[in-house]
Design a protein around this ligand. Structure first.
Ligand code: SF4
Ligand code: SF4
Length: 372
C-alpha cells in the first residue's frame, strides 16, 4: 500500500480509501463489517462515510469494534459529514455519528454537500464553521474539511475564504476538466484532497473497451488504469473506492501495489482524449433524485443518455431505457418537464439535463416510428 500525507496535517493515509457510500449488502452487517476489516488488513486506513449513506455509519461501526483493538499499532482514520448549518443541529449530527460508529472523535469532519458558493456563505453566516471550531476545541473532531460539488473556480474561492484542512470532491477520468482549478487551489494551499467517484459512478468498469485508452501498462485492467491515473496525480491524497466484494477490494489494492509513475506524455494523451470526449457524463451520484416536481427519473434518463453518447448506438439507449430501467418508451418526459431547473441546480456535474431529456426523447421517437 502507498501512503501519502494528508496535506498540512501530516497524517499518513492510504492512497485509496474505503468509500462507504454504496454498500450493496446493507442488511448483511457481518459481511459488510468483514469487508471493511479486510480493507483495513490490506493496508487501507481511511474510511469515509456520512449520515445520509443509508446504514453506512452503523456498518463501519461494527467493523471498528474489531479494528479499535489494533488502532494504536495500525492507526485508521474516519471521515464523516454534516449537511446542517445550525450549530445545535451540527452538534446533534456529530453525536449521532459518534454513537453509531462507537467512536470518541471523528478525524476528518466535513461541511457536507456544498453545491454553491451562496450555500457555503449561508452556512458560514449561520455559524456552521464556528461550531466546527468549538467541536475541534472539545476534541470531538480533529480536522475541519469541506465536501463539495461546486465548480473548480468556486471551490478555489471557498478554500481561500476559510483555512480548511482538507477537501472531498468528485473527480475521475470522466470529469477531471470540470474540477481541475479546484484541485490546483487545494494543492497550492496544502490541503489534503480526497476524491470520490474515481470510477465515474461505475461507467468505467461497465465500459472497459471505451476506456481502454486509459491503460498505460499492458496487463492492467481498465479499473486499475483509472485508479492509477488518479494515484499518479500528486494533488490527490486519497481516491475513495466503494467495495461490494473482496474482488473489488483486491483489484483496487492491486492498482496501488502495481502502480508505476505514468509519463507526462502518456498523461497528456489520456487527458486530451478524455477532455474531448468524456467530461460530461452522469456519475450516478444521485443528488438529483427526488428533486423533480414532475417525478421525472432524472438519474435514469441521464444514465440512458450516456449509453448513447458512449456507444453512439441508438439501440443501446433503447435497451437501457426499456430493459435496464423499465421505463415506458411511450412516456414523453419532455412534455412533463417544465424546465424549472431544479435538477440542473442539484446536478453535481452541471449537466444540461433539459436538453438531454429532449435528445433522449427524439431518439425514442425515431425508434418507435421505425418500429411501426
Ligand atoms: S427541469 Fe424538468 S426534469 Fe428537471 S426538475 Fe424541472 S421539471 Fe424535472
Ligand atoms: S444527473 Fe447529475 S446529479 Fe443526477 S445522478 Fe447524474 S451527475 Fe448526479
Amino acid at each position: 500500500m502507498l501512503y501519502r500525507k494528508y496535506g498540512k496535517t501530516g497524517i499518513e493515509v492510504s492512497a485509496i480509501g474505503f468509500g462507504g457510500m454504496r454498500f450493496e449488502e446493507q442488511n448483511d452487517i457481518d459481511y459488510c463489517a468483514s469487508l471493511t476489516k479486510a480493507a483495513y488488513d490490506a493496508g487501507i486506513n481511511y474510511f469515509d462515510t456520512a449520515p445520509g449513506y443509508e446504514k453506512s455509519e452503523e456498518l463501519f461501526g461494527e467493523a471498528f469494534k474489531q479494528m479499535k483493538k489494533t488502532r494504536t499499532q495500525r492507526p485508521f482514520y474516519v471521515s464523516t459529514k454534516t449537511h446542517e448549518a445550525e450549530p445545535c443541529k451540527i452538534r446533534e449530527n456529530l453525536e449521532t455519528s459518534l454513537e453509531r460508529m462507537g467512536l470518541d472523535y471523528i478525524d476528518f469532519y466535513h461541511v457536507w454537500w456544498v453545491l454553491s458558493l451562496d450555500e457555503y456563505y449561508d452556512r458560514k453566516a449561520k455559524g456552521a464553521l464556528k461550531e466546527f471550531e468549538k467541536l475541534k476545541d472539545e476534541g470531538l473532531i480533529k480536522h475541519i474539511c469541506i465536501s463539495t460539488h461546486m465548480t473548480g473556480t468556486d471551490i478555489g474561492q471557498a478554500l481561500n475564504d476559510y483555512p480548511f484542512d482538507g477537501i472531498l470532491l468528485g473527480y475521475s477520468v470522466t470529469n477531471f476538466a470540470y474540477r481541475d482549478v479546484g484541485l490546483d487551489a487545494a494543492a497550492k494551499l496544502g490541503l489534503g484532497v480526497a476524491v470520490m467517484n474515481p470510477l465515474g459512478g461505475g461507467i468505467i468498469p461497465k465500459n472497459p473497451k471505451l476506456f481502454d485508452f486509459v491503460k498505460t501498462q499492458p496487463e492492467e485492467t481498465v479499473v486499475e488504469a483509472a485508479l492509477r491515473f488518479l494515484i499518479n496525480d500528486t494533488r490527490i491524497t486519497i481516491s475513495l473506492v466503494g467495495f461490494s466484494t473482496l474482488q473489488h477490494l483486491d483489484e483496487a489494492v492491486s492498482a496501488v501495489d502495481g502502480f508505476k509513475q505514468i509519463s507526462a506524455d502518456s498523461i497528456g494523451k489520456i487527458r486530451s482524449t478524455l477532455h474531448e470526449s468524456f467530461n460530461q457524463l452522469c456519475t450516478a451520484c444521485g443528488y438529483c433524485e427526488g428533486k423533480c416536481p414532475q417525478g421525472i427519473p432524472v438519474l435514469k434518463m441521464m444514465d440512458t443518455y450516456d449509453q448513447l453518447s458512449l456507444t453512439g448506438k441508438q439501440i443501446e439507449l433503447i435497451n437501457r431505457l426499456r430493459w435496464h430501467w423499465g421505463i415506458d418508451l411511450e412516456d414523453d418526459y419532455t412534455q412533463k418537464c417544465t424546465e424549472c431547473g431544479a435538477c440542473e441546480a442539484a446536478c453535481t456535474q452541471k449537466l444540461p439535463i433539459c436538453e438531454r431529456l429532449k435528445l433522449v426523447h427524439a431518439e425514442v421517437e425515431k425508434f418507435l416510428k421505425a418500429e411501426k
